[in-house]
Design a protein around this ligand. Structure first.
Ligand SMILES: NC(=O)c1ccc[n+]([C@@H]2O[C@H](COP(=O)([O-])OP(=O)(O)OC[C@H]3O[C@@H](n4cnc5c(N)ncnc54)[C@H](OP(=O)(O)O)[C@@H]3O)[C@@H](O)[C@H]2O)c1
Length: 286
């Protein structure tokens, strides 16, 4: 199968490339195909005629996005629309990745978001990612949107940062009032692979690892599994911002995504603890 992967040097893209390596992959970074360039995207897809386009390209720096100006909308909003137009013209299926940040994150902890819950992004990143979803839906019917969260894999991510800090320090303050589902990029890549194999119905699917935690408990698990001795102090988001003297885009209090819809199409996802252990083993830390 011929598959185009955009943003192909990103963290998720690396896992997707590995997972789908038995296919004819066309991997493009921003130099080879800038998804904001509509004309280039249409021409590229028209010439190559892939059966699937997997869009791993995005502007992912959540805090910087608040001040970065129109480039964020171009990449996260317009880019997916360009790919959707090109996919429709070439009769390809577009696989697009979105985020829990399309919701405001104000749910109570017992609840999780379903695919058709009303979005309400409160950050520039979240708003532009929602625009991207809407531009996909407006321009093609043959799409999958996989919303994920707290992603880690082969790239800069929370787990690698905590491993480095935990090895260097005796104690760390970590936010304990934000709830979500850490997601191993390999497990999201597996969901994408299964969606293609099973030809699941088009639409939006919430796609994180199962279970949920806080950054604080996630950090404790990282240290426990990797044998790092470092005291972890729970702090609130407000205390963290105060202690670190930083400004931050608003973070969701609870952004758990329900995986019920994914289960109805026969795809189950491993628990986040299991995923974390596999990742630490792969990183040589366990
Ligand atoms: N990371 C998370 O925690 C997280 C959470 C929820 C959802 N997501 C979503 O998951 C997806 C993958 O995220 P990730 O963490 O793997 O992202 P990433 O590592 O930041 O990779 C994004 C890639 O997109 C490329 N890119 C940027 N602008 C481009 C353009 N105009 N045309 C083509 N490529 C461009 C980047 O290239 P350069 O580096 O050269 O700019 C980079 O290689 C994204 O849609 C993201 O919104 C991520």
């Amino acid at each position: 199968m011929k598959i185009l992967i955009t943003g192909s040097n990103g963290m998720l893209a690396k896992s997707v490339r590995e997972k789908l390596k038995d296919n004819e992959l066309i991997c493009t970074d921003v130099e080879e195909l800038d998804i904001t360039n509509e004309e280039a995207v249409l021409k590229f897809v028209d010439e190559l005629k892939p059966e699937y386009i997997i869009n791993c390209a995005a502007y992912t720096a959540v805090d910087k996005a608040e001040e970065a100006g129109e480039i964020v909308e171009k990449i996260n909003g317009d880019g997916p629309g360009n790919l959707a137009k090109a996919a429709k013209k070439a009769d390809a299926t577009l696989i697009h990745i979105s985020t829990d940040y399309v919701f405001n994150g104000d749910l109570s902890i017992e609840e999780s978001y379903k695919e058709d819950d009303k979005p309400g992004p409160v950050t520039v990143y979240g708003k532009t990612k929602l625009d991207g979803e809407n531009n996909v839906k407006a321009n093609t019917d043959k799409y999958y949107i996989f919303r994920t969260a707290w992603l880690y894999g082969d790239g800069n991510n929370f787990v690698r940062t905590m491993l480095k800090l935990g090895e260097a320090r005796d104690s760390l303050n970590v936010v304990a009032d934000q709830h979500g589902s850490p997601t191993y990029a390999e497990d999201l890549a597996e969901i994408i692979k299964k969606a293609i194999e099973k030809k699941i119905p088009y639409g939006i699917y919430h796609s994180t690892n199962e279970g949920f935690t806080t950054w604080y408990d996630f950090t404790k698990a990282i240290f426990e599994y990797s044998g790092i001795i470092c005291k972890v102090n729970p702090v609130t988001t407000e205390e963290y911002i105060e202690l670190m003297k930083i400004t931050q885009a608003k973070r969701p209090h609870n952004s758990q995504l329900s995986k019920e819809k994914l289960k109805t199409v026969g795809i189950t996802v491993p628990d986040w603890e299991d995923a974390l252990k596999r990742y630490l083993i792969k990183e040589g830390k366990m």
